[in-house]
Design a protein. Structure first.
Length: 146
């Protein structure tokens, strides 16, 4: 059932995901296609904000901080998994894998490569700070309009 906290959480985490994706683009290897990276990341952030953060309001501000960080991490996981699968499909059309199992393992290798790029602090800091702020604001919206 739609609630104000779910809508606010969805919109705020879509913004957090779009900002984090924008900050992640310069870190990607040169020549990486980033056509709809921000938009798809924002869509995944919207879904995670609705389903993870929006459901868990009404438990206090300290819980909201933790849930906001959890929502950011969940968003990061699904974005990385989605784009890793996309990269695997592109590589598999070029016949770079010997079989389906190698392609599945390739998804996790690609995810690991993207994870290593998170050593640059801009994206993790944006996700952490954005998750805390969005979590608290979602909690406030849940208290105010529920």
């Amino acid at each position: 059932m739609p609630t104000a906290s779910k809508l606010v959480g969805a919109v705020l985490f879509a913004i957090v995901a779009a900002i984090a994706a924008h900050l992640f683009i310069p870190v990607l290897p040169e020549g990486t296609q980033v056509k709809l990276f921000r938009e798809i990341s924002a869509g995944i952030g919207f879904i995670c904000g609705w389903r993870v953060m929006g459901r868990n309001t009404g438990r206090g501000v300290s819980e909201a901080v933790g849930t906001g960080i959890r929502t950011s991490v969940t968003t990061l996981f699904w974005v990385m998994l989605g784009f890793s699968i996309y990269q695997m499909v592109l590589r598999s059309t070029k016949m770079l894998y010997d079989g389906p199992m190698e392609a599945v393992v390739g998804v996790f290798d690609i995810m690991l490569g993207y994870g290593k790029l998170l050593i640059h602090p801009a994206t993790p800091v944006a996700l952490l700070v954005g998750g805390v702020v969005a979590g608290v604001l979602t909690e406030i919206a849940g208290r105010r309009w529920s």
